[in-house]
Design a protein around this ligand. Structure first.
Ligand SMILES: Cc1cc2nc3c(=O)[nH]c(=O)nc-3n(C[C@H](O)[C@H](O)[C@H](O)COP(=O)(O)O)c2cc1C
Length: 170
């Protein structure tokens, strides 16, 4: 085959940590925007609670987690601690899900090392969902006091997700 016919396909894995599914849904939306035959990009999503494929198979790694009391979920924290060096060799993206209206810079600073934050090609605070039907009584109480919310709330920001996906593709 002539060399000119060899096509480079950028392979991306989105690793997410979620309790009720928001971060998974955000990962899916990002993947849908990255997965593109026209630009030869392929993207898979994977729950950090399951056995994680080797990062060696991917050019681009995106890590996403919901935040609870300002912190990412345990499985995301563990993964970041165990893979700090290999993540620095990848095209890296970071996203967080939460319903807070402000303070996203601090969420990133509190949960990712300076090295990872500097290495990241893009970062996104994608918004979140509060669903009183899914959260337990203690969680509903915390949300009522801390965020003054009692009704179903969806702050997922489609435009931010789109911009993040485009940045990771470029
Ligand atoms: C107990 C509790 C604490 C939370 N703390 C925060 C927080 O500190 N900041 C924030 O933005 N959202 C906070 N949230 C909202 C969640 O991050 C939001 O519901 C998110 O969509 C959950 O994502 P998941 O379904 O992927 O776990 C909290 C929710 C609960 C129930």
């Amino acid at each position: 085959m002539p060399l000119g016919n060899i096509i480079f396909i950028m392979k991306t894995i989105i690793l997410y940590a979620t309790k009720y599914g928001t971060a998974e849904a955000a990962a899916r939306r990002i993947a849908d925007k990255i997965d593109d035959e026209k630009t030869n990009a392929a993207c898979v999503i994977h729950n950090l609670k399951q056995n994680i494929p080797s990062l060696a198979d991917f050019d681009c790694v995106i890590i996403g987690s919901s935040v609870y009391a300002g912190m990412i979920r345990k499985e995301a924290k563990t993964f970041l601690a165990q893979n700090a060096d290999s993540l620095l060799e990848k095209k890296l993206g970071l996203f967080l899900c939460g319903i807070a209206a402000e303070g996203e810079k601090k969420y990133f600073e509190d949960n990712f090392s300076v090295k990872l934050l500097q290495a990241a090609k893009a970062k996104c605070f994608a918004g979140g969902i509060f669903d009183p039907k899914k959260n337990n009584a203690a969680e509903r109480f915390i949300i009522k006091i801390a965020a003054k919310k009692t009704e179903y709330t969806d702050t997922i920001d489609e435009e931010k997700i789109n911009q993040f996906a485009q940045a990771m593709k470029s």
